[in-house]
Ligand binder design. Structure first.
Ligand code: GLY
Length: 369
């Protein structure tokens, strides 16, 4: 069964399809979006090993002409140099403005390919086939694309919506548990922002959907992906360019990006793991500011511990350097950082009125463990 969620953006609207084995039938869903039978699939080495042949075999069987570009895996691929290399490879293929490129991979591939699509010939179509849980529930939906710079993560980019998001939940079967937990934190985020009932459902089923040992558990995972995509689609339709409410999706990200930057974007701390830590810090800050009950903070912290997420106390971060990273965040306006804080689980809001001494205290306490 395929579940369809629409992202309503006028003439830039598109569908998110979620189901099992969609990769092996991709031509059926992708063909209606191709103006001619020529496309380029862009992926990374890991996804090439585990998933690429499924898509290539299906394209070949359906006479879709394609070439494939395989890039290195890892956050370092979201760089100026890789963007240049990718654009040159696309230029070599003589892709035309009406052509479509396909991002097959996790958030790094989706963000880089989306950005390349936004600037190639001033913008061509692209399709997202996210293969990690994090990309399926967050980064492949909503059109945020970009690369990192020496000044920070995702500071260079564009809003460029895909034509289609094709989510095959079976691609998650080859992911290691840490990648699943990393993506899971972005699922929890939707509950924490404005859906306490969903958070309560995750308290009950989260551990099961992470382990996915049987059919029932796989069904829980698919349900959580669909729910997350629906939540994201609603936010994006309401505020595509993040003029207001979309910024709530940055819950935990100001802290999380600082942790990632301080850790040198090293693979011992994945993006979603940093976001989980960042969301706990954001709720601790909300408690310190007198908004959020202590029980809610304890419940969130306990849930992440329960599902096996890493704790910030396992890392030896320097608080002053973390604060410096936060000041470089792109959510800075009029010299002030916008934080997502909360009145409690399911009740997040934006605030520019945050005392950086409180932020410092929260970080110091958290790092003591
Ligand atoms: N990942 C947050 C957003 O797409 O707005």
């Amino acid at each position: 069964m395929i579940q369809i969620t629409k992202v309503n953006l006028g003439e830039r609207s598109y569908e998110i399809l979620v189901g099992e084995n969609l990769l092996d039938n991709a031509a059926e869903y992708i063909c209606p979006h191709l103006k001619r039978s020529k496309t380029v699939i862009i992926t990374d080495e890991n996804v090439a090993t585990h998933q690429l042949s499924r898509l290539e075999n299906n394209f070949s069987a359906n006479n879709i002409g394609f070439t494939t570009i395989v890039l290195s895996a890892g956050e370092a691929t979201k760089s100026f140099s890789m963007l240049e290399e990718l654009l040159n490879l696309l230029l070599e293929q003589r892709l035309e403005r009406s052509d479509t490129i396909i991002a097959l991979g996790g958030g790094v591939i989706g963000d880089l390919v989306g950005f390349a699509a936004s600037v190639y010939l001033r913008g061509i179509n692209f399709i997202q086939i996210p293969t990690t849980l994090l990309a399926q529930v967050d980064s492949s939906v909503g059109g945020k694309t970009g690369i990192n710079s020496n000044y920070g993560k995702n500071l260079i980019g564009a809003f460029h919506q895909p034509q289609l998001v094709l989510i095959d939940v079976t691609t998650l079967e080859t992911l290691d548990p840490r990648h699943i937990i990393s993506g899971y934190s972005e699922i929890v985020k939707y509950g924490l922002i404005n859906d306490q009932a969903f958070f309560n459902w995750l308290l009950k089923n989260g551990k099961k959907l992470i382990s996915e040992e049987n059919h029932e558990q796989r069904a829980f995972r698919t349900q959580a992906i669909i729910k997350s995509c629906e939540a994201k689609a609603a936010v994006v339709a309401d505020d595509e360019k993040e003029a207001g409410s979309r910024a709530l999706l940055n819950l935990g990200h100001t802290f999380g990006h600082a942790l990632e930057a301080e850790n040198g974007y090293n693979d011992n701390l994945f993006h979603g793991e940093a976001v989980a830590m960042g969301m706990i810090l954001a709720f601790k800050l909300s408690l310190k500011m007198g908004f959020c009950p202590a029980e809610d903070v304890a419940q969130i912290e306990h849930h992440f511990e329960d599902v096996g997420a890493q704790s910030i106390s396992q890392f030896n971060f320097n608080v002053d350097r973390l604060l410096e990273h936060m000041k470089g965040d792109k959510k800075m306006s009029d010299g002030k950082l916008t934080f997502v804080i909360a009145n409690g689980i399911g009740s997040a809001f934006l605030s520019k009125d945050v005392n950086m001494e409180d932020v410092k205290d929260v970080l110091e306490q958290a790092l003591k463990g």
